[in-house]
Design a protein around this ligand. Structure first.
Ligand code: AMP
Ligand code: MG
Length: 408
């Protein structure tokens, strides 16, 4: 028996953040392929956005001085539509103008059409306009030469649009991380096959592939390996040749059929194992021939929780993401709608839903069966609630709630 104290999730995260190194490869992708990719270069703006002063509204462009000198009614001297290049504003006149259209030289304000009486030839402006009103100035969004995104930025959908607004059509990003997946267990059978007595369907790799795919990583599936030291050693060695990182599930407990740790010790090193985490205690981190290795527990809920809390931030860091704060899920405080009367010795992550109580206040409801093999708890839930170790919970106590949208 190993008597080492369990490592807290916080400590594990800190340790892992120090360990990771960014994958080396860089490639050029088109803007359409850049979603969720991580920039391998700074992006300076080549142009001002917008590139010219333009109208934020449909209305009339005029010079505020004319309103005082000429009066409230002005002749309409031109029509300026988006996509055209207007003439300078005739002194003492107004220009009919539409949203996005360039401001004619000499105009310094836009009056909303709702605030005017107008026909094709004249416009009567009811109230004195202010200089600059409803004008979107050149460069007010982005200034040419400014760094829009730094190397290490993970591109969000809105970033893709912003890059397009600069005229960018391709980018240098880090090559997709190749992640090997290995499943251990004599009882495991691929979905689609017939089950024999004592067998179960292998599901962890499917969860992992879905999680990894969502993050934009490449999966290399090494399938199922039986509970046997030599086979485990061989598949780990092969995976280390082909992948940037290896994730296995199962075989990391201290049972007689758990060979992952032993194989790891032969091929590389075991840097960390056993977390003060529920579910997810038998978690292993190490290196196989210097390739980072995560040995996740076998139980499906523990796979999901350890991946979301520890593996995801690590992989995003490896993939080049600089802002590590963004790799972790931000928790929200929500009141517990349940009690915990027995304090736990490990930090626990409960599968919860957010519901409204009778007064319309949000509260967390916990799934009835929190067993680490109960996959239906994860599909039922909206997210996880963190219960610190040695903590009792009364109804109404505020808990850290981690919604799946942020966690995955
Ligand atoms: P282990 O850590 O290998 O003792 O596995 C713990 C539990 O998780 C056992 O009930 C296994 O049958 C189950 N398990 C392990 N690997 C998988 C997998 N890939 N898919 C589904 N269940 C698994
Ligand atoms: Mg096993």
């Amino acid at each position: 028996m190993n008597k080492k104290p369990l490592i807290s999730v916080h400590e594990a995260r800190k340790h892992l953040a120090k360990e990771l190194t960014t994958v080396a490869g860089v490639e050029t992708v088109s803007l359409d392929e850049a979603q969720s990719r991580i920039l391998a270069e700074d992006i300076p703006a080549g142009i001002d956005v917008p590139g010219y002063d333009n109208s934020a509204m449909d209305g009339f462009a005029l010079n505020t001085n004319d309103f005082i000198t000429v009066g409230k009614t002005l002749p309409v001297s031109q029509v300026v539509k988006a996509g055209t290049n207007p003439e300078a504003l005739l002194a003492g006149s107004a220009a009919r103008i539409f949203t996005g259209a360039p401001i004619p030289k000499g105009a310094d304000a836009i009056v909303l059409q709702e605030d005017c009486d107008f026909d094709e030839f004249t416009v009567k402006v009811k109230e004195a306009p202010e200089v600059g009103q409803h004008i979107r100035c050149r460069g007010h969004d982005i200034k040419a030469g400014s760094v829009v995104f730094k190397q290490g930025r993970r591109l969000m959908p809105q970033d893709i649009g912003l890059l397009a607004s600069l005229g960018t059509d391709s980018l240098r990003v880090y090559k997709r991380l190749r992640v090997a997946i290995i499943n251990t267990g004599d009882e495991l059978v691929e979905p689609g096959q017939m089950l024999q007595a004592g067998q179960i369907y292998e599901s962890n790799s499917y969860t992992l592939k879905a999680l990894l795919g969502r993050l934009g990583f490449q999966c290399i599936d090494f399938g199922i390996v039986g509970d046997e030291l030599e086979a485990t050693r061989q598949v780990l060695a092969r995976a280390a040749e082909e992948a940037d990182c290896i994730i296995s599930s199962g075989g990391v407990s201290v049972g007689d059929a758990d060979f992952v740790k032993a194989a790891l010790q032969e091929l590389g090193e075991v840097a960390m194992w056993k977390l003060a985490l529920k579910p997810g205690k038998p978690f292993t981190y190490g290196k196989v021939n210097s390739v980072p290795f995560f040995g996740l527990p076998g139980n499906p809920v523990a796979v999901f929780v350890t991946f979301a809390l520890l593996v995801k931030p690590y992989l995003l860091g490896m993939q080049g993401m600089q802002d590590m704060k963004r790799t972790e899920c931000k928790s929200i405080q929500v009141a517990a709608g349940f009690t915990i009367e027995q304090p736990g010795s490990r930090e626990e992550y409960l599968r919860v839903c957010v519901e409204e109580d009778k007064s319309g206040k949000q509260q967390l409801i916990a799934f009835s069966n929190q067993g680490s093999s109960v996959m239906s708890s994860l599909s039922w839930a909206d997210g996880l609630a963190r219960i610190p170790c040695e903590t009792l919970v009364k109804k109404g106590d505020l808990l850290d709630y981690l919604p799946f949208e942020g966690l995955l």
